[in-house]
Design a protein. Structure first.
Lengths: 357, 357
């Protein structure tokens, strides 16, 4: 992809990773009664066992103090709002010990609210929840979801159930009630199950290629199980799972809706309508076809002017620079929707006009 | 999709289902020593448990004598060659009893050669194999693969391993040696595993939407595990799994190849190159975007002029009429590649000029 001329217009970045650090430790937020359990390994989670040979952090970023690194990132790209993905808090749902998982969700949220959000007014937080205990997750969403800068909950593609399963209804009810987005970020895909319907990939490369399968399965489940009929205000954000698979999945769903809707009488619209009204996707890692025209065509197929929100994945290895990630001829109005307005509308943030200096 | 004017040009149909019938029974081909085992239920296989509420056969087709029905289908659309998918022979690999599965593979092949292929010169057969015993499968490929009208082996998306796994090397070696294509057809996805990386869909509709995930996983595995480096003459045909997902998968694979190829030093080309050189997809059920232009654009993205082969799925419910399945403005040369020449080159059949009356 070639360079765009640098635009002065502010951006919203929907995927910035923040880690605890020596200057900003998590430990003080852990309740006394859980410290021993954690010391005993009761906070353990399964691992997928794949390893990026290059590591997962950018080597050109000083991560000694992650908050400072993030501030420099916001300044460099004129990012008006950056949505934090607390790491590894977002995969707390996989904690074997459910009670410890519930406690750690609260820890990650208290830590964000006390030490991360105050650090920079541009930062927004993600509510960590234990989706393996939906009632506890709903309670946690109600506890902190009223904080005006905690804009979404975050879970991972790996989960005990497909997200359309009624097991999760209490979570969606709480999200809808508190007005927070349900975001999914890759986390530990391949830890509970394999990342394919058949078996485990044998390399990090093959595993990484397969991550969109899980997200497609969840989206299929959310739509076909009628989650958006039951929870008509629910908004879902699929983070870091690619975007170009959406065209084929929608087309197949809509075609099958014609022949098979008798099996799902609760659906009142074509699947693509639920997606356009309730689902957003972040852009990184954006697909890079050899012919950039193909990416434009794909943007039209998936209604990118409504569905896509820019994300950088800072500070990870496959970071997308907002000035290089999109083809140089992307029309300015489309780029503006992707880089600001879609996320502003999703999160209820000030419009671009209000955000401009 | 609107009608094309009827073309006189002959077609090749890569997916025609044939069943045993009263006039053409399978039983005489079962060796004496296995009849008791089958009567005892030793030929049993797991089932996925999903059910199409409308049934899976077209109601307008008289299937009393499947061979006659197929002959009428070939006549109606001027189909020069029709590739049989013997049903349920193609999922013989899932038979619990491996020895019985091996025997039944031979039965299905002997039945095709003795009673189906002689019935009409236009018919081509698919070698049934027990992929759960790769050495036996290889022996069966060598036993019947020399028959000039047995042009491929057929397996299902459901399998014990991803198809890039070295477990299957003996099968690919035999395919390459005998010059037969390795075809995959949906069969019993959801019987050994669920059809998603996370869990089981809860309706036939959701299940059907999810079938391409399995095929994408197998293709990813075949390419990244280096099957086409080890078996440079192997050709793979993905039947009835959709086609439009190929763009995103190739783009993601090629992008990751840049960053992660150190993990797969055996790969000497970008993943998309292996796909263009070794993989073909059948068209049915073709995606039907609301805007037919989008399907043309998709055809360009996936190099349809090399990769796609027409299939009808006769006599199943979601049959694609060759005169209605493609947008009415599809350029004739592209349509000709899809409806004849790609399959002719794949199977080594006479060129279109030679086939024309």
């Amino acid at each position: 992809m070639s360079d765009n001329p640098k635009r002065p217009s502010p951006l919203i970045d929907c995927d910035i990773h923040i880690y605890p650090s020596a200057q900003n430790p998590l430990e003080p937020f852990i309740p006394t009664e859980f410290r021993q359990a954690l010391a005993q390994g009761q906070g353990s989670k399964p691992s997928h066992g794949y390893c990026n040979p290059h590591g997962v952090d950018r080597r050109d970023v000083d991560l000694t103090e992650p908050r400072e690194a993030i501030r420099r990132h916001l300044d460099q790209y004129n990012i008006a709002y950056g949505v934090l993905q607390p790491q590894p808090g977002y995969d707390i749902s996989l904690t074997h010990n459910i009670e410890v998982g519930n406690a750690m969700a609260r820890v990650w949220n208290d830590w964000q609210i006390a030490t991360c959000l105050p650090f920079d007014d541009r930062l927004l937080g993600s509510i960590c929840v234990n989706l393996n205990d939906p009632m506890a997750a709903a309670a946690e969403i109600r506890r902190v979801g009223g904080h005006e800068r905690m804009v979404q909950i975050v879970g991972t593609g790996e989960s005990t159930h497909l997200y359309g399963h009624r097991f999760y209804h209490p979570v969606y009810e709480a999200c809808q009630e508190m007005g927070v987005v349900f975001a999914l970020h890759p986390g530990a895909e391949g830890s509970l199950h394999s990342t394919t319907p058949v078996g485990r990939p044998s390399s990090y490369f093959e595993w990484h290629n397969s991550l969109p399968f899980t997200f497609q399965a969840h989206l299929n489940s959310l739509v076909i199980e009628g989650i958006f009929e039951r929870f008509p205000k629910l908004m879902v954000l699929l983070v870091e799972a690619g975007v170009s698979w959406l065209a084929q999945l929608m087309w197949r769903m809509d075609k099958n809706f014609k022949g098979l809707r008798v099996t799902t009488p609760w659906l009142r619209q074509a699947p693509s309508e639920y997606i356009f009204n309730h689902v957003r996707l972040t852009t990184q890692p954006i697909e890079e076809p050899a012919n950039p025209l193909h990416l434009f065509q794909m943007f039209e197929m998936i209604h990118a002017e409504r569905t896509l929100c820019y994300s950088s994945d800072f500070p990870h290895w496959d970071f997308d620079d907002p000035h290089r990630a999109f083809p140089s001829k992307t029309p300015a109005p489309l780029l503006e929707r992707i880089q600001y307005s879609n996320a502003a509308e999703l999160y209820g943030l000030p419009s671009l006009l209000a955000a401009q200096p």
